[in-house]
Design a protein. Structure first.
Length: 435
């Protein structure tokens, strides 16, 4: 048994025992109450699931196993002479709750290199699609096509015991995460660069090799990919892509089916697709104003005209957060260190100065602050990745780290099929009449 799998099994066995005892002693303790507006409001804020890798606080933002993003940047191992954390280290942390050593991260990198061969039929499935197919459609197709390799599916068919579910899920998780950069880069090159693919460089780390296969060279871009794939990796379990992955997985669908479901949720404009909407809106503003160096007054007027047209300012607001998103702040700090003279980056910073006050003035916006999507596009554009319809695929590669780590825990702890109870409006009326 490999060292990460062994450590995960030990942690999961101990926590499973603790949870069984907790349920036996305190299982009927009341945690929360549901109100009618939550029934109709997308179950917003209802505490109804367990998600081990991360937790989101409205004020402090995301914590991965208790660590903030600034703490991750300080504590997680980096490449030689690098400033940004390696995503492999975050996966290790999310899976077993321990900050890994440099040697442990090197081991995980080597594992993902060894497991990274993509089935030939996956490339054939992608090549059967028109090149103008949305990259997220291609990404979901590729993930589903690799389900033929599922260890969980094969062993379930052979009659494995419930005690082995976690082991097969772990193997699928490791294989799937290892292959995603190759698949995503293949989609990018076939869609935007005439199928001129770039072979993997097995001497690079997971994120560095992804940057290489995209065809954007330079150590700065590799550093950006390490940061990007770290800060987008998880955002607790209630967001749509995480919850969709969890829901599909609760049926004992294997990680390939589950992740494809999560990526289909990520592709929605109210979720991961929002990152492309931000840069589209900025480009539209630049075209309308006729300059890449607008004044604050020009930007404020354009923001107001967008709101007057009944539209939102993309990249601002969040369902949970009530402060600037720490992921936005991390990307802003990256830009300050690498590309502070970029015109589009400066527009993003100008929006940060302008938009919150305008939204506060409306008197009905709970969170007027920027979220993670507000900055990422400007960074990618600077390095030449201007094809914003691909941005959600980048998000998806990163998000796989958190949702698949969580699925390992779901299988190890024996979580059941998720089946909330629905009611009709007629039932609500009768309930209120009885009250």
């Amino acid at each position: 048994m490999d060292p990460l799998k062994k450590k995960f099994h030990q942690k999961a066995t101990a926590l499973g025992t603790e949870i069984r005892n907790l349920l036996k002693e305190k299982g009927d303790t009341k945690v929360d109450e549901v109100v009618i507006k939550q029934l109709y409001g997308g179950a917003r804020g209802i505490k109804m699931m367990i998600w081990e890798p991360s937790q989101l606080d409205p004020i402090e933002g995301i914590r991965f196993r208790g660590f903030t993003i600034p703490e991750l940047k300080e504590k997680l191992p980096k490449t030689k002479n690098g400033k940004e954390p390696r995503p492999e280290g975050l996966f290790w942390l999310m899976l077993v709750g321990e900050v890994p050593t440099e040697e442990e991260v090197d081991w995980l990198t080597s594992q993902w290199i060894r497991r990274s061969n993509v089935p030939e039929h996956t490339f054939k499935a992608l090549d059967a699609l028109p090149t103008d197919t949305h990259p997220m459609t291609q990404f979901s197709t590729a993930i589903i096509s690799m389900q033929t390799e599922s260890v969980f599916s094969r062993r379930y068919g052979e009659g494995m015991s419930k005690d082995e579910y976690w082991d097969a899920t772990y193997e699928d998780t490791m294989n799937l995460i290892a292959r995603l950069p190759r698949v995503a880069a293949y989609i990018y090159r076939r869609t935007y660069h005439n199928g001129m693919h770039i072979a993997p460089n097995t001497h690079l780390d997971w994120a560095g090799n992804f940057a290489h296969m995209l065809g954007i060279e330079g150590e700065d871009f590799k550093s950006l990919m390490r940061l990007y794939l770290t800060v987008h990796a998880d955002h607790e379990g209630g967001n749509a892509s995480a919850h969709a992955t969890h829901l599909v997985g609760s049926t004992l669908s294997d990680p390939y089916y589950s992740l494809a479901g999560g990526m289909n949720a990520l592709a929605g404009p109210l979720h991961g697709l929002a990152n492309q909407e931000v840069i589209k809106w900025i480009f539209k503003m630049v075209d309308a104003l006729g300059t890449r160096k607008p004044t604050k007054e020009q930007v404020a007027d354009y923001v107001q005209s967008t709101l007057n047209a009944g539209q939102v300012i993309p990249g601002y607001g969040h369902a949970v957060l009530r402060r600037p998103d720490p992921r936005f702040v991390a990307q802003k700090e990256f830009a300050e260190g690498y590309i502070k003279n970029d015109d589009i980056v400066n527009i993003v910073w100008m929006l940060f100065d302008i938009v919150p006050d305008i939204l506060k003035g409306l008197g009905k916006v709970k969170n007027p602050w920027p979220n993670v999507d507000a900055h990422s596009g400007a960074l990618l554009v600077h390095y030449g990745l201007t094809e914003y319809s691909f941005y959600t695929v980048l998000f998806g590669v990163s998000r796989a780290l958190g949702v698949l780590a969580a699925q390992c825990w779901s299988r190890a702890l024996g979580f059941p099929l998720e089946r909330p109870k629905s009611v009709t409006t007629g039932w609500v009326k009768e309930y209120l009449a009885d009250k």
